[in-house]
Design a binder for this molecule. Structure first.
Ligand SMILES: Cc1ncc(COP(=O)(O)O)c(C=O)c1O
Length: 440
């Protein structure tokens, strides 16, 4: 079956709202390290890793071995009605790494479910369904997770079990607070939080949920310390802080193991997903016992933390720590960031370069303006693919190229990707210039 035939069959049987990347979609049939191969035999350097999920890369012997060992027992699934040794071991490791005192861990299959679980215990603990969320956020695709998602492209329904009040995003190019420096921004955002609490809530708010770096939102990040400044206000009335670390966790940001650590604060609850399974379905929430135990009914997840996914999770986490991939993310991320900044200096269509470690975004705008340019973004995106580099897309206006490669990325691979990206941006820039000046 050709890729074209597969595409036709995909379109005939899958829902229309599930997007496929690229004008000519790719079927990935093999992978090793940071490289994948498509059905035509073309090789790509993968800088999106299945949306920041293949955190170690492809075909990692230690992870394969751990999963094979579990398969060898004949037990793929038992349900959590029975003891699962590797689930307990992984929970112990995550509890210790979380920085949250007296922590409990509940495993789920996806980031959406992790956030649902966090919202359930936070709203039960506080006896309130009032939530503070951040504009330009993405937290998942259930009703509650969509209800706290501040991003029109991903808001498929207005049905919402929660009462949500919205704080400003930290977009530095546009928006009400965009022109403020970091200190002024923190001050203004805290003033805004107080005003939102005073004007839009009945006071007994359950929690604030926020991503330390907004993933789907185009890697928009607030100034360091913002969550800490928020927490001082939240603590005045016992409002909980949930850090959605689905994209920022496990050392990806280089400087820190968790995104929240840039903010001088410890959250009450932290949600994780994506990278911890390196592709196996594994996610969860970790939080203080007095909060996480607040479910006054029987509740469980049939597949959550199953023997296969937690065998993989333990192997992934051990590998990550033994190879100090956080330090690698900081080191190789710095090479990438420097190269991207040079690109920004050379090309007026690059409106911003931002991010941390191996979570970096490039925002494309009309030359000399802040007007988003999704067409130039799409051009860069397709050209990267043609050059052998897979990247992601995002941002409120679809004008951000996102890079979240495996944390095992080498400096040589970073430089190779920069070369491909430089050619793609030069081409898109030349075309944007030609459109802006049709006489030439
Ligand atoms: C920050 C964040 N939270 C939650 C989710 C939802 O995770 P999942 O797709 O595993 O349900 C995502 C997915 O992209 C995410 O980026």
């Amino acid at each position: 079956m050709t890729t074209d035939e597969l595409l036709a069959r995909h379109r005939a049987v899958m829902p229309s709202w599930m997007p496929l990347y690229y004008a000519e979609p790719i079927e990935i049939v093999a992978g090793s390290g940071r490289r994948v191969t498509d059905a035509q035999g073309r090789s790509y350097l993968d800088f999106f890793g299945g949306v920041l999920t293949n955190m170690l890369g492809y075909d990692v012997a230690e992870v394969n071995e751990a999963v094979r060992r579990q398969l060898g027992t004949g037990v793929v699934h038992t349900s959590t009605l029975y003891l699962i040794r590797q689930q307990v071991e992984l929970a112990e490791k995550i509890a210790a790494l979380s920085g949250i005192p007296d922590a409990r861990v509940f495993f789920t299959n996806s980031g959406t479910e992790a956030n649902e679980a966090a919202l359930l215990v936070a709203t039960n603990h506080r006896r309130s369904n009032q939530i503070l969320a951040v504009r330009n956020s993405y937290h998942g695709r259930s009703y509650a997770a969509m209800g706290i998602t501040g991003h029109r492209s991903w808001s498929a329904s207005s049905l919402n079990p929660l009462q949500v009040s919205w704080l400003h995003s930290a977009d530095r190019l546009r928006g009400l607070l965009s022109r403020l420096g970091p200190d002024e921004y923190v001050e203004a955002a805290v003033d805004d939080l107080r005003e939102v609490l005073a004007t839009q809530t009945s006071g007994d708010v359950a929690c604030l949920i926020a991503e330390p770096i907004q993933g789907v939102g185009g890697f928009v990040a607030p100034p360091d310390g913002l969550f800490g400044a928020f927490k001082k206000v939240l603590d005045e009335s016992g409002i909980l802080l949930i850090s959605d670390e689905v994209q920022t966790g496990w050392g990806r940001t280089g400087e820190h193991f968790w995104g929240y650590q840039a903010h001088g604060v410890t959250p009450d609850l932290l949600t994780f997903a994506k990278g911890i399974g390196n592709g196996f379905a594994l996610a969860g929430v970790v939080g203080r016992a007095e909060v996480l135990n607040e479910v006054h009914a029987v509740s469980f997840s049939t597949f959550g933390g199953n023997p296969i996914s937690t065998a993989a999770g333990n192997a992934v986490l051990d590998y990550l720590l033994e190879h100090d991939l956080q330090a690698n993310a900081a080191r190789v991320g710095a090479v990438l960031l420097a190269g991207l900044r040079e690109l920004a200096d050379r090309h007026a269509i690059v409106g911003a370069v931002r991010g941390r470690g191996l979570m970096l975004g490039v925002e494309f705008v009309r030359p000399g303006a802040t007007e988003p340019d999704p067409a130039a973004t799409a051009r860069v995106f397709e050209e990267c693919r043609r050059g052998g580099l897979l990247v992601g897309k995002g941002g409120l206006y679809g004008n951000v190229v996102r890079m979240g490669p495996p944390l095992t990325l080498t400096e040589e691979e970073a430089r190779e990707a920069l070369g491909i990206l430089a050619e793609a941006v030069a081409l898109a820039d030349a075309e944007a210039g030609a459109v802006a000046d049709p006489a030439h």
